[in-house]
Ligand binder design. Structure first.
Ligand SMILES: C[C@H](O)[C@H](O)CC(=O)C(=O)O
Ligand SMILES: [Mg+2]
Length: 391
């Protein structure tokens, strides 16, 4: 049988919502006074968009095979990502067999090392890798999870991230992760207000529902340790991304100093097996690679194997279907995240809405990953896209 080859790679961009889920307009809980590394500057405390969290926008990578079949993926990366795909990466794909996943990933990574390694370059490589998996799945008539080993469970179980864990509880999720609102620069009052928000949520959900804090890189070791000990009284299950991703030593110290039983988690802004090797060596309890950002499925398989050998759970960050197809295949990923993209986190809406069609959502906090070929989603033709560069 002749293997289909890759005929063309195309990169387009989308503004507003989509894979750049921080690119929301109007009131949205995800941009409402959330603690960040920029909270040291009072003028950037109220809104993350004020310091440019939404500047990248969405990147769509489409890969067309020699028989005309098209696979695609979406990620954060926008115009910069489109430039990287069209002007640099496309050369390593066009003309090659669709099955050359390892060789292609390796060439994308090695050829961009002088300006890449993580960040938007790895987001872009992830988009290419995921589009290739989508294409392979479509060509073989199989869902991606079948290409990477098959499911180890019948359905996924989810916790929800959003401003309303109490509503997530009613919707059937196993836990709720809230944004931390106040950073160390907001002083003692901020510390007290953080704890009051946790205590209030605990009183609404009762003792047994998981409550977690997403600290989005905003703390230092001393503040995080103090906050973790104070939060133990309110049964905080985990403290996520307390420190900047480069502070591996700080994570190791925080893990040593955290209250017994409270999990320390991180990794959504980490990339590649080498980055995660460093993070795993800190002893964190759960790593949270984002398959849209860490290098795609090809790299996540390696990161996950490394974590397994460390006895560490992998609970990928967001990324909708791209995560679901992975999580269902791994025993060390026992549950998944669902990011509540409804403005007030009161309803379940597809994470990348309105960009994708057929994007599945959990019902009662659970989901059976559809058997549709590839990742099982389509681009919504009503969402305008631009192709800023060609090659
Ligand atoms: C809520 C967090 O600040 C962020 O927007 C999403 C995230 O880090 C997560 O889902 O985890
Ligand atoms: Mg997070």
């Amino acid at each position: 049988m002749t293997q289909p080859t890759i005929r063309e790679v195309r990169a387009t961009t989308v503004r507003g919502k989509g894979a750049d889920y921080h690119d929301q307009s109007g009131y949205h809980w995800i941009d409402d006074h959330i603690a960040t590394p920029m909270s040291v500057y009072p003028e950037y405390r109220q809104s993350r968009q004020s310091f440019g969290l939404n500047v990248l926008g969405t990147l769509v990578v489409e890969i067309e095979a020699s028989d005309g079949t098209v696979g695609f993926a979406v990620t954060t990366g926008g115009e910069i990502g489109a430039w990287i795909v069209e002007k640099h990466l496309a050369r390593f794909l066009e003309g090659r067999p669709v099955t050359d996943l390892e060789r292609i990933w390796d060439q994308l990574y090695r050829s961009t090392l002088y300006y890449g390694r993580r960040g938007v370059v790895l987001n872009t490589i992830s988009g290419v890798d995921l589009a290739l998996y989508d294409l392979l799945g479509r060509l073989r008539g199989e869902p991606v999870y079948a290409l990477i080993g098959g499911p180890v469970r019948d359905e996924l179980q989810f916790y929800a991230t959003g401003a309303r864990p109490d509503i997530a509880q009613q919707l059937g999720f196993i836990g709720g992760k809230m944004p931390l609102h106040h950073a160390p620069a907001e002083g003692q009052q901020g510390f007290v207000d953080n704890l009051a928000a946790l205590a209030d949520m605990r009183s609404r959900v009762g003792d047994d529902f998981w409550l977690m804090w997403d600290c989005w890189m905003s703390l230092d070791v001393e503040y995080a340790t103090r906050l973790a000990h104070a939060a133990a009284e309110h049964k905080l299950k985990w403290m996520e991304e307390a420190l900047i991703p480069d502070d591996y030593w700080g994570y190791a110290q925080l893990k040593r100093q955290a209250p017994a039983g409270m999990l320390i988690t991180s990794g959504e802004h980490e990339a590649t097996r080498w980055g995660f090797r460093q993070l795993l060596e800190t002893g964190v309890d759960i790593i949270q690679p984002d398959v849209n950002w860490c290098g795609g499925i090809t790299e996540l398989i390696k990161i996950s194997a490394l974590a397994d050998a460390h006895g560490t759970m992998v609970v990928p960050h967001g990324s909708s279907v791209y995560s679901y197809h992975f999580v269902v295949t791994r025993t060390n990923s026992p549950f998944a995240e669902f990011l509540m993209m409804h403005e007030t986190a009161e309803e379940v809406v597809p994470m990348f809405t309105p960009l994708l069609l057929n994007e599945p959502v959990p019902v009662n906090g659970r989901l059976r990953v559809p058997e549709t070929p590839g990742f099982g989603v389509e681009l919504n033709p009503e969402v305008p896209r631009e192709r800023p560069y060609t090659h």
